[in-house]
Write a protein that binds this ligand. Structure first.
Ligand SMILES: Cc1ncc(COP(=O)(O)O)c(C=O)c1O
Length: 415
């Protein structure tokens, strides 16, 4: 391994200074930002401040004094440029799952004469579960899920998205394979036949440029705990294109989505802004963490970020290929870099044990059933040197076969 060359690449990296914003565990190579992003120093300070000063000293006054009440909108507006949205269309609240339920219900309601919801077979399960739940609630005559193979959908969209399609539910980057769908193309096709599109940006937001307005997406959801580093279980976001805001009807009508929450009107009257997507009281501690974490994106050129993400992934593949054991790792992510998100996935019979051995060697990756090792690249805090160290530690594990130790076979509740 030529670490001098890697150090030179780090020195020339325009994003290198961003690494100092993060708390990186000692001697650890963190390649799991696609699952849970690392914490920034500013986030730790902000949470302390909200707990020790705002809540402790100012108590309930803080809703006004520290603008807690507007956190969903403030965080939404901070997120908007990261996902290519003009102001007034993004708000932070709830989880992806709950937000999916809201937007899917609203989208189905806009499509009175169509029933079919088209999604991909290998979509993240919660996306499919949400459609299944909605279908149970409304009945199959109103909402019916059709799942299709991702590659077939890309190759022949008109075979699957047609005059019967009410809504197309697409996750841009596949959580298992890291494959990235050509969203703009699929949205154009869906619109041409009168279908609406809901996009899941879980593995896109903060990892690459996203252009929701330019693509004319109808609705989008995403999380803030992966590439946006908002913290475990951090609140999600929801985007509604401005053209739909005035005619929307989302079913989780809660008081925070009311036009005047503090009028305590017994009759629901939705806000006519993106606030109508809110349901209940925002989780202030968690949302403050997201707010602080997003500051790490100040001044970041997302095209530059994408360039580095792909360069890190290509470097990983290139270094891995120098070893004989690499043949046993089948890369299931697309070979073409632009067709990938910010992760690589490898099938290997011993993927779980290898992942555990890597974690013990302080290279944090993760495992997805049945036999995939996932390696995520987070350009704000991952260096080229990190990749060299990670591949070297992997090589030691494979050459010494240390992953065969019984302690690495034990399955934990979270993989
Ligand atoms: C594509 C995708 N959608 C949704 C989720 C999870 O949704 P939630 O935030 O509701 O847990 C994940 C989690 O990794 C995901 O990868």
């Amino acid at each position: 391994m030529d670490f001098t060359v890697l150090a030179e690449r780090d020195n020339a990296d325009p994003l290198a200074a961003k690494r100092d914003l993060f708390r990186i565990p000692a001697d650890t190579i963190y390649l799991d930002g696609n699952s849970l992003g690392l914490m920034t120093h500013a986030t730790a300070e902000r949470v302390q401040d909200v707990v020790q000063r705002q809540w402790a000293d100012d108590g309930i006054k803080s809703w006004n004094l520290h603008d807690w009440v507007n956190l969903p909108s403030l965080v939404g507006e901070k997120l908007a440029p990261i996902i290519g949205a003009a102001p007034g269309q993004v708000i932070c609240c709830d989880s992806i799952s709950v937000n999916l339920f809201k937007v899917l219900s609203a989208a189905v309601k806009l499509q009175e004469d169509r029933t079919q919801i088209v999604s991909t077979q290998d979509n993240f399960p919660t996306d499919l579960y949400m459609v299944q739940g909605l279908s149970q609630l409304l009945g199959a005559q109103r909402c019916e899920l059709t799942t299709v193979d991702e590659l077939e959908l890309v190759e022949q969209p008109s075979r699957f998205i047609n005059q019967q399609t009410a809504v197309v539910l697409l996750t841009e980057v596949n959580f298992r394979t890291g494959r990235r769908l050509p969203l703009q193309q699929l949205i154009e096709h869906a619109h041409a036949v009168g279908a609406l599109v809901v996009v899941d940006l879980a593995h896109s937001a903060g990892a690459m440029p996203v252009e929701l307005d330019t693509w004319r997406a109808d609705f989008a959801v995403g999380c803030t705990y992966k590439y946006l580093n908002g913290g475990p279980g951090a609140p999600a976001f929801v985007y509604v294109a401005e053209r739909h805001l005035q005619r929307l009807n989302q079913p989780l009508a809660g008081w925070f989505g009311h036009a005047q929450p503090f009028a305590f009107d017994p009759v629901y009257q939705p806000a006519d802004t993106i606030k109508q997507m809110l349901s209940g009281t925002p989780s202030v501690l968690a949302m403050s963490a997201v707010d602080a974490a997003l500051d790490a994106f100040a001044g970041v050129d997302l095209h530059q970020l994408r360039e580095k993400s792909l360069a890190l992934s290509e470097l990983f593949l290139e270094l891995l290929a120098n070893y004989d054991f690499a043949n046993a790792f089948e890369c299931i992510s697309p070979a073409e870099p632009q067709a990938r998100g910010s992760q690589l996935s490898f099938a290997h019979d011993d993927a779980y044990a290898i992942c555990q051995a890597l974690i013990e060697a302080k290279v944090i990756a993760d495992f997805r059933a049945p036999n995939y090792l996932r390696v995520g690249f987070t350009p704000l805090y991952t260096s080229y040197t990190d990749i060299g160290v990670a591949v070297e530690r992997l090589a030691t594990i494979m050459q010494e076969e240390s992953y065969r130790a019984p302690r690495f076979q034990q399955r934990h509740a979270v993989t």
